[in-house]
Design a protein around this ligand. Structure first.
Ligand code: PHE
Length: 501
């Protein structure tokens, strides 16, 4: 048996964890979620979601990885015999996410190039859809590949592979750059935004509290979904990363640092994005709500570029700063997903890690080509919604059941408390065994009921046809589940009779 790889320093681990957490999800998803779901009032469900699910789960995942010294599958098989498949669920979910996350990275890569000549000119939305994606009429028409997206995709996967090629050694070196750099760039963009006329209206739109929104269940679901995604939970990433920590290593404080840094980046991004939106509204004599559009992907690829091209000077510089920031934010999230998959495979079969990295990137690249077709955006949208809203929440629920009931949270706590700088009280046990399962279970059931009601009324997500929802949503989830069960049942040398420690 080879010795397990180790992070060279504690900082390397913390940076890698923050790098995974802080990604494309922070830069525009969070600000827009806030603006849409009650502005400043959204921070209330967001904090509650952090306390009742995000923080307990990230501590738990760090502790699992550290104690059981393996990626998610073997870790869960050591927690409870027969539960290996839960670990494989996190791995297959990671695989699903990386195949489309890499495509968004491909768009970002393209925009690094387009920024040089602000290629979107004065029709950024049209540019994105017609020139970059060359979008087809619907999910039923794949319509061949978009060449710019394929080129971006090759470069994005090349970059992902390059960062991860030597495991945690190369990752440790890369995150020294890809974590501080986007924070500095974000700082520049915030200062630029807040010194523009009209910025204050944008900030008001972002943070003005609308407490009535707190009565809408959708707002709560968004808060929990955002917290899961942003902290990279339920993907095995944090388990794999923590498994490379040395024997004596803090758990809880590392988790708190990761959470605060990640959420700080999200909060700050709101000022950059909405300050700039305020300026755009000001120059156009429109309302911020009108110029902000419907957020999400659009905010990064056409609203923000448009706002930047209205700047009195430095459009090229500021759009470069913006897309370099997105690239460096996203790349360490992307390769963390690969690391989780590779750790799962290598720990079970003891294969050569370098070969597994190469193969995973290759297969990932081939599958991601689906989303590089002209109809790819539709499929990306459907898969993203179903893997997050149903897949991740369900995996998180199983994780807390496994730890809270089968393993016992008090036992895990008595493992990590003595090695940690911050000692947790009994609240942790109650949270993992009772509160988090109730909350996650409630959200899951509520989502499924809503889905059924919508289906009965003939309303399908995004207005897509039923068959597309079935293929990209339910069939995709079914494949994830079946593959995880099969992978968990296969026996190998490494998971027979090897015990923790
Ligand atoms: N946390 C990343 C983001 O906010 C996305 C991610 C999810 C990365 C799950 C790894 C695992 O963009």
């Amino acid at each position: 048996m080879q010795d397990r790889e180790r992070w060279s320093t504690r900082t390397a681990f913390i940076f890698a964890a923050i790098g995974s957490a802080a990604g494309l999800g922070n830069a525009w998803r969070f600000p827009y979620m806030a603006a849409q779901n009650g502005g400043g009032a959204f921070l209330i469900p967001y904090f509650i979601a952090l306390i009742t699910a995000g923080i307990p789960l990230i501590i738990t995942e760090f502790a699992i990885g550290h104690k059981f010294q393996a990626g998610a599958p073997i870790a869960f098989s050591r927690i409870k015999k027969g539960w290996e498949s839960l670990g494989w669920l996190t791995i297959t979910a990671s695989f699903v996410i990386i195949t489309y996350y890499s495509v968004i990275m491909a768009w970002v890569t393209d925009y690094l190039w387009y920024s040089l000549k602000t290629a979107w000119a004065n029709a950024p939305k049209d540019f994105f859809f017609s020139k970059v994606l060359q979008i087809s009429s619907g999910p039923d028409e794949l319509g061949g590949f978009s060449i710019p997206v394929i080129i971006g995709l090759i470069l994005a996967w090349g970059a992902i592979y390059w960062c991860i090629r030597n495991g945690v050694r190369s990752v440790g070196k890369v995150v020294k750059w890809t974590v501080p750099l986007p924070v500095i760039m974000l700082g520049i963009l915030v200062i630029r935004a807040l010194t523009l006329p009209g910025a204050i209206d944008g900030v008001n739109f972002y943070l003005n509290p609308d407490f009535s929104k707190l009565l809408e269940p959708k707002v709560w679901a968004s808060a929990y979904g955002q917290v899961f995604f942003t902290l990279s939970l339920a993907t095995g990433v944090m388990i794999a990363y923590a498994s490379y920590l040395p024997k004596k290593s803090d758990i809880t404080n590392n988790a708190f640092i990761t959470v605060f840094a990640n959420c700080g980046i999200s909060f700050l991004a709101g000022f950059a994005v909405f300050g700039t939106m305020g300026y755009m509204a000001f120059t156009k004599g429109a309302l911020v709500s009108e110029v902000a559009g419907n957020g999400g992907i659009g905010l990064a690829f056409w609203t923000y570029p448009e706002a930047i091209s209205l700047l009195p000077f430095g459009s090229v510089i500021f759009s470069l700063v913006f897309f370099i920031m997105l690239f460096t934010l996203g790349i360490d999230s992307a390769f963390s997903l690969i690391e989780s998959i590779v750790a799962g495979l290598v720990d079970k079969w003891g294969w050569n890690k370098k070969k597994v990295v190469r193969l995973t990137c290759l297969v990932g690249f081939i599958i991601s080509l689906i989303y590089a077709t002209k109809g790819g955006l539709y499929w990306l949208d459907i898969v993203d919604k179903y893997i997050n809203n149903f897949g991740m929440v369900a995996i998180g629920l199983f994780e807390v059941i496994a730890i809270g009931w089968l393993y016992k949270s008090s036992k895990l706590r008595s493992y990590f408390n003595p090695i940690s700088e911050i000692k947790l009280g009994r609240w942790y046990d109650v949270m993992i065994a009772v509160i988090t399962p109730i909350v996650l279970g409630g959200i899951l059931i509520w989502n499924i009921v809503q889905e059924i009601i919508d289906a009965i009324n003939g309303k399908f997500y995004g207005g897509y046809p039923l068959w597309a929802i079935i293929v990209g949503g339910w069939l995709m989830l079914a494949v994830v589940i079946i593959m995880s069960i099969i992978l968990g049942k296969i026996k190998s040398q490494n998971n027979l009779g090897r015990k923790a420690n």
